[in-house]
Design a protein. Sequence first.
Length: 93
Amino acid sequence: MEFSNNGKYLAVACTMASSKTIIKIFDVEIGSSKIILRGHHDLIHDLSWSSDDNYLASASADGSVKLWDMTNKETDYADKLNYTENDAMFFIC
């Protein structure tokens, strides 16, 4: 299954007990986490999908904005990849 938002995916910023900040992409139809993105070093204040749902922008208190490429990605990364590999597949700048 390729990733296509079409209103069925939800991006959520989470700060874990270890103080790592991650973004989880959930499939809201089945209620499961599909993708985990890491890269910010402080709280994430805003997440925004592009109008075509191909990109996700995240803005953080660490002073950075990150752009994530969500095109043509399988949605099964949350359990299969560690954070470093996941970042390389999605992170643009």
